[in-house]
Design a protein around this ligand. Structure first.
Ligand code: LLP
Length: 411
C-alpha cells in the first residue's frame, strides 16, 4: 500500500478505516462491499492543493475514476470541479452541486444529445477532439444563439510509459488532434462564429509514475502554443499522476511536476486545470470480501472469494496488482502458492498470487487494497451479479452511500 496512507491501516492487528475497524464493518454489511475513507480523500486532495499552491489550479476531479454521488458532493465542498466524459457523468456532477463553470467535458465520441445538454448548461470547457465535433458544437450553438466556450485537445504523440491500454497521448491513440490538425483547426476558428476558443487540453494517460512524459508534454505545449499564436486562457493538463500499488514502487513526484508547471505558467500566463482521479481517491478505498472456499491442488491453493472480476476488473484487464490483506492479523505463516480468485466463470477472474500468507480459513474476511479509483466505476453485472454496496467512513461516522444492487429489481 501507498506510503501516503494514513487513514487505512492496522492498529493492534486490526485493519481500520478512520476510526472503524473493518471487522466491525464486515459484520454490519454484506460482502463484497467497497469502503472509502473521507479523511484520506481529503488528505490526498490537500496534498495536491498544497503542492500546487502557487499556481492555484482548478482541480477538476475525474468523475470516471469514482462517480459516487456522495463522494462527488464531498469533493464539491472541498472546491473541486469535475472532468466528465459522458452526459451521465455531467448530470451526476451537477447533481452533486458542482458549478457548471468548473466542469470540463472531454471524449472523442460526444453525441449530439450530450453536446446540446453541455452547451445549455454553459460548462467551462468542452474539449474538442475532432474537426467534425467543432463543426457540430458551432452548429448547435448557432441554433441556440449562444457562444460556447471550448478547448481543443492536443495529442502530443509521446509515450507515457504506462500500460498500453491506458495510454492516450501517442499517435496510435484515438484521442485529441495531432499537432498539424490542431494548428489547422485553429485557423478555421474564424468560421466558427459561435465558439470561443479558451483552452488547450491534453491528457497523456493514466497511472504514470515517471515525470519525463509530463516534462516532454509541457515542452510540446510550449511549442504548439507559440506556433498557434493564440493566448489560451486555460491550459488543461489532464490527470494521469500514478499511485504506488505496491510498497516497493516510489510515489509520483508531485513536487517536481509542480516545478515544471510553475515554469510553464510563468512563460505562458494561463490558468492551469488538472483532472486528477486516481491520485485523489485511489488509495482511499478498499473492497471487503469473504472467503467462500479454499481448494487445494498439487499445483496451487485457490482461495475463492465472494468478490469477482465484475466487482473489480483491474487485475483481469490490466494485470494490475492490488494487495490482499487480512482484516485481522495473526502470526501463523503458511508458505504455499496461493491464488486469490473470484467466482466468475473465466480463468482471468483472479486477483493475486502469493508465495506466503498468514493462516486463513473459509469465511474469513479479507480486503483488496487501493481500489478507490476505477474499482466500483468499472464494476459490472457480469455473471448477473448485483453490484456491491459502497460505504463512506468519516472519522467514527459510517454511511451507506450506495446500496447493494437488488437482484430481484435487476431481474
Ligand atoms: N482526464 C481524462 C481526459 C482522462 O481520460 C482520464 C482518465 C483522467 C483525466 C484521469 O486520469 P487519472 O488521474 O485517474 O489517471 N480504467 C483505468 C484507467 C483509465 C483512465 C482513463 N482516463 C485503470 O483502472 O487503470
Amino acid at each position: 500500500m501507498d506510503k501516503k496512507i494514513q487513514f487505512l491501516k492496522y492498529k493492534n492487528g486490526l485493519f481500520y478505516v478512520d476510526n472503524s475497524s473493518v471487522d466491525k464493518l464486515s459484520r454490519k454489511f454484506k460482502t463484497p462491499f467497497y469502503c472509502y475513507s473521507l479523511s484520506q480523500i481529503k488528505l490526498n486532495l490537500n496534498n495536491f492543493k498544497n503542492c500546487f499552491n502557487k499556481i492555484k489550479p482548478l482541480i477538476c476531479f475525474s468523475v470516471k475514476s469514482n462517480s459516487n454521488l456522495e463522494i462527488l458532493k464531498n469533493l464539491n465542498r472541498e472546491g473541486c470541479g469535475a472532468d466528465v466524459v459522458s452526459i451521465g457523468e455531467l448530470k451526476i456532477a451537477l447533481k452533486a452541486g458542482i458549478n457548471p463553470k468548473k466542469i470540463v467535458f472531454s471524449g472523442v465520441g460526444k453525441t449530439e444529445e450530450e453536446l446540446i445538454f453541455a452547451i445549455k448548461k454553459k460548462i467551462l470547457l468542452i474539449n474538442i477532439e475532432s474537426e467534425s465535433e467543432a463543426k457540430l458544437i458551432n452548429k448547435i450553438s448557432k441554433k441556440n444563439s449562444v457562444t460556447t466556450s471550448v478547448g481543443i485537445r492536443l495529442n502530443p504523440n509521446i509515450s507515457s510509459g504506462t500500460n498500453k491500454k491506458i495510454s492516450t497521448g501517442s499517435s496510435e491513440n484515438k484521442f485529441g488532434l495531432t499537432e498539424n490538425n490542431f494548428l489547422r483547426l485553429i485557423k478555421e476558428f474564424q468560421n466558427f462564429k459561435n465558439l470561443s476558443l479558451q483552452g488547450l487540453s491534453v491528457h497523456i494517460g493514466s497511472q504514470i509514475l515517471r515525470i519525463e512524459p509530463f516534462k516532454k508534454t509541457l515542452k510540446i505545449l510550449e511549442r504548439v502554443i507559440r506556433k498557434s499564436k493564440i493566448k489560451f486562457k486555460y491550459v488543461d493538463l489532464g490527470g494521469g499522476m500514478g499511485i504506488s500499488y505496491e510498497n516497493k514502487i516510489k510515489n509520483f513526484d508531485l513536487k517536481k511536476y509542480n516545478n515544471l508547471v510553475e515554469k510553464f505558467v510563468a512563460k505562458k500566463r494561463c490558468k492551469i486545470i488538472f483532472e486528477p482521479g486516481r491520485l485523489i481517491v485511489g488509495n482511499a478505498g478498499i473492497l471487503i470480501t469473504k472467503i467462500t472456499y479454499i481448494k487445494n491442488t498439487n499445483k496451487k491453493n485457490f482461495v475463492i472469494l465472494d468478490s469477482g472480476m465484475n466487482d473489480l476488473i483491474r487485475p483481469a484487464l490490466y494485470n494490475s496488482k492490488h494487495l490482499i490483506l487480512p482484516i485481522k492479523k495473526n502470526k501463523k505463516i503458511i508458505r504455499k502458492n496461493i491464488e486469490f480468485v473470484g467466482p466468475c466463470c473465466e480463468s482471468s477472474d483472479k486477483f493475486l498470487t502469493v508465495k506466503k500468507y498468514q493462516k486463513i480459513k473459509e469465511k474469513d474476511f479479507l480486503l483488496i487494497s487501493d481500489v478507490g479509483s476505477y474499482g466500483m466505476s468499472l464494476a459490472s453485472n457480469y455473471c448477473f451479479r448485483p453490484r456491491a454496496a459502497e460505504i463512506l467512513v468519516n472519522k467514527s461516522n459510517i454511511k451507506l452511500i450506495r446500496r447493494r444492487e437488488n437482484l430481484d429489481k435487476l431481474i
